[in-house]
Design a protein around this ligand. Structure first.
Ligand code: KIV
Ligand code: ZN
Length: 514
């Protein structure tokens, strides 16, 4: 029997720390359900002390998820640990993950603490967390730049205090595979009580080495990897779950461990996370990129036709790609629609919500005859926007574009229940539309990103638009989908404006106090 490699997913916590990727409670629940179907061992659902909203999201995930352990992050502070313990009360299996920085630069510049003080805080935090659950994880933040002797001392102390998982984070993505693997091996060998804990790694991708560093750690004794769907995460992101899992599975001849992941659920999860966060997946991304299993060059195609192994090391079906993905069409009924949506992990809160979604499904099916899971996922994203959060709504949009003429857009919005109409010219119809909306709303937000992706293939596909806005240091991503990309753009811009209008005073776990 091979050892189990524990997959700890932190899409809902570290992934959410990507600029503009913050998620609502309902969005977190949808992703958590998909992660449970993927069979991840642990779902890090958030940082409960960040805000009331974050607390409630972790609590909701803890109450719903049954097959995966639900984890909450806490700084090494009594109040954070108590909030995490409280939020996780309803979980079938819960874990508290507490951390404190251990690198010389973090201890001096961020914490202003000596090594002894840091050890004292860490031990106290682990003991307090153990009052809530037996499953306590400790991370020495910025371990990648910490002194090994100090890591040995603090890790030995937290194991004695009751930590059962020791996570070694390469917080700033500074490590190199061979060296990082050697560090993990050395820590396991040097810490006298290391057999009482599982060693874990959490690698950031600043040098593009997060997956390589994680795999090197696994080859040197780590038995938990922290990772995210699509490699989402702070700055350049975290190690990508799909790449770690498929590397271990595909190269089972090299790895002496295995995961319990149901790899056929990978693609659905990837698309869901991308559509909720507004972070598109690059076409050449391993495993989940649109080109990952597409063989276009003639020589490759010829080779594939004779024998698929010529150029394929994995089967597309094993990660969720399938040839015939049409699921519903124009004539599909309400029951078929509802049951497919339920299979995708979404429950309607009321008959009215189902009726509204079904009506929008019918409108879409009129414009686009074949409806795929991806279309349904986008439709659900719109269903789950809370009416209370929609201060601004799109009522109508008319655009004019003619060769040699300047494009013009006329937009009618409902702003706090009052209809207003405005127009603008622009460089193109999208530009004119967004300017017309801005003329009406006067948000003064800075447009940081505008991108369009097709949800499925074909010219009748829905376009999914992401708009990133920044105002007074707050960054939000807005999403909109429609078979008409100008309408999708207007929806995305309005979605981002609504998010900016909704107060959010959350704390970042790694930038404050301890
Ligand atoms: O990158 C990091 O160090 C973290 C810790 C909180 C584990 O995300
Ligand atoms: Zn991190």
């Amino acid at each position: 029997m091979k050892d189990q490699l524990i997959i700890f997913d932190t899409t809902l916590r570290d992934g959410e720390q990507s600029p503009g990727a913050s998620m609502t409670k309902d969005e977190k629940i949808r992703i958590a359900r998909a992660l449970e179907r993927l069979k991840v061992n642990i779902i890090e659902a958030g940082f409960p002390a960040a805000s009331i909203g974050d607390f409630e999201s972790v609590q909701a995930v803890a109450n719903i998820i049954k097959e995966s352990t639900v984890c909450g992050l806490a700084r090494a502070l009594d109040k954070d640990i108590d909030r995490a313990g409280e939020a996780l009360k309803g979980a079938q299996q819960s874990r508290i993950h507490t951390f404190i920085a251990t690198s010389p630069i973090h201890m001096k510049m961020k914490l202003n603490m000596t090594q002894e003080q840091v050890i004292e805080h860490a031990v106290k935090a682990v003991k307090r967390a153990r009052q809530y659950t037996d499953d306590v994880e400790f991370s020495p933040e910025d371990a990648g730049r910490s002194e090994e002797d100090f890591l040995c001392r603090i890790l030995e102390a937290v194991i004695d205090a009751g930590a059962r998982t020791l996570n070694i984070p390469d917080t700033v993505g500074y490590s190199i595979p061979q060296q990082f693997g050697a560090t993990i091996k050395s820590l396991i060998e040097r810490i006298p009580n290391s057999d009482k804990a599982i060693f874990s790694v959490h690698c950031h991708n600043d040098l593009g080495l997060a997956v390589a560093n994680s795999l090197s750690a696994v080859m040197n004794g780590a038995r938990q990897v922290e990772c995210t769907i699509n490699g989402l995460g702070e700055r350049a992101g975290n190690a990508s779950l799909e790449e770690i899992v498929m590397a271990v599975k595909t190269r089972h001849d090299i790895f002496d461990c295995q995961t319990r992941i149901d790899t056929r659920e990978i693609l659905t999860c990837s698309k869901l996370v991308s559509s909720i966060t507004g972070f598109p997946v690059q076409p050449n991304k391993a495993i989940v990129g649109a080109n990952a299993f597409a063989h276009e060059a003639g020589i490759h195609q010829d080779g594939i036709l004779k024998s698929r192994e010529t150029y394929e090391i994995m089967r597309a079906e094993d990660v969720g790609w399938s040839a015939n993905r049409m699921v519903l069409g124009k004539h599909s009924g309400r029951n078929a629609f509802k049951s497919r949506i339920n299979e995708l992990g979404f429950e309607f809160d009321s008959e009215a919500e189902l009726n509204d979604a079904f009506a929008r499904f019918k409108q879409l099916a009129d414009k686009k005859h074949e409806i795929f899971d991806e279309d349904l996922q986008t439709l659900i994203s719109e269903t789950s926007i809370d009416a209370e959060d929609e201060h601004i709504k799109l009522v109508s949009l008319k655009v004019c574009s003619e060769t040699g003429e300047i494009p013009n857009a006329i937009v009618t919005l409902r702003v706090n229940n009052q209809e207003v109409t405005g127009h603008s010219k622009g460089g193109g119809v999208v530009d004119a539309t967004l300017k017309a909306i801005e003329n009406l709303v006067k948000s003064d937000a800075l447009l940081e990103l505008y991108s369009v992706n097709n949800v499925t293939n074909g010219t009748d596909a829905q376009g999914e638009v992401t708009v990133r806005l920044e105002k007074a240091g707050r960054i939000v991503n807005g999403l909109g989908a429609d078979t008409d990309i100008v309408t999708a753009s207007a929806k995305a811009y309005i979605n981002a404006l609504n998010k900016l209008l909704n107060a959010n005073t959350r704390q970042h776990p790694q930038k404050s106090e301890v």
